[in-house]
Design a protein around this ligand. Structure first.
Ligand SMILES: NC(=O)c1ccc[n+]([C@@H]2O[C@H](COP(=O)([O-])OP(=O)(O)OC[C@H]3O[C@@H](n4cnc5c(N)ncnc54)[C@H](O)[C@@H]3O)[C@@H](O)[C@H]2O)c1
Length: 214
């Protein structure tokens, strides 16, 4: 299926909509209004209506949105129907935490291969996932057809490992290292920086009084 081209900000809100709609469905709710959704997910109702309109999902006045069909639609866009195997590179403090978490709330993606240079970790199974020598990265990722990697190595090794991931055919990298890695245009990098997030939160708390924050 060809995904519709949607604004990045809308795409970022999709998993949040998805989680809440799943919660509603599990709770036996069949429909939801944009106002109810707005209260739950804390985006204003107009934003939600605009977001949904990108998918051709138009709520009916006095009825709202049909939960099951929205969920079905979002799950296709978010690829929830197919299992996504993810590689984790760097099994230190942060890598261990992510591996133990292993996206259990979302049964459609999981870390299925770990890579490290530490000989005490290589060829062991950690949290049910095999740990490979970093020297095998290109071969393993290629053979296992893994397209997404989480990068939790020291900053000094980040670019070198990124280059190997690109060589192996990775399409997306969730980069936790502070380095803004360089990749070719066909590879997407999503940077995660908890310090930034915390600073942003502090800024909003100090500068805004209510929930006008998007
Ligand atoms: N984004 C954030 O909010 C955030 C938070 C904490 C840490 N970090 C970053 O995440 C990274 C990991 O942090 P940490 O505290 O887990 O570090 P760590 O030192 O505990 O772990 C690093 C791991 O990478 C492995 N490693 C080292 N060189 C490697 C290589 N060439 N190939 C494969 N594996 C290699 C090490 O053996 C170790 O297991 C760092 O870059 C750190 O700055 C980011």
């Amino acid at each position: 299926m060809n995904d519709p081209i949607i604004p990045k900000a809308t795409a970022k809100r999709l998993p949040i909509y998805y989680r809440y709609l799943k919660f509603l469905l599990d709770a036996g709710k069949t429909r939801v209004s944009s106002t109810e959704l707005s209260d739950a997910v804390k985006f204003d109702a107009a934003t939600i209506r605009r977001d949904f309109s990108y998918f051709g999902a138009l709520g009916k006045r006095g009825y709202g949105y049909d939960v099951a069909s929205l969920l079905d639609f979002f799950s296709k866009i978010l690829n929830q129907d197919t299992l996504t195997n993810v590689a984790l590179v760097g099994l230190g403090n942060l890598g261990q935490a992510l591996l133990n978490f292993n996206f259990h709330k979302n049964s459609n993606m999981r870390v299925s291969a770990v890579f490290d240079i530490d000989s005490t970790l290589i060829n062991t199974i950690q949290a049910g996932v095999p740990v490979y020598d970093i020297a095998d990265l290109v071969n393993q990722i290629h053979d296992q057809r893994i397209e997404i990697a989480i990068l939790t190595v020291p900053q000094a090794n980040a670019q070198e490992i990124t280059d190997k991931l690109v060589e192996a055919g990775i399409k997306g990298i969730l980069n936790f290292t502070p380095l803004r890695v360089t990749v070719p245009s066909n590879v997407r990098v999503q940077n995660v920086d908890l310090t930034n997030e915390l600073q942003t939160l502090i800024y909003f708390i100090e500068n805004y009084t209510d929930n006008e924050i998007k």
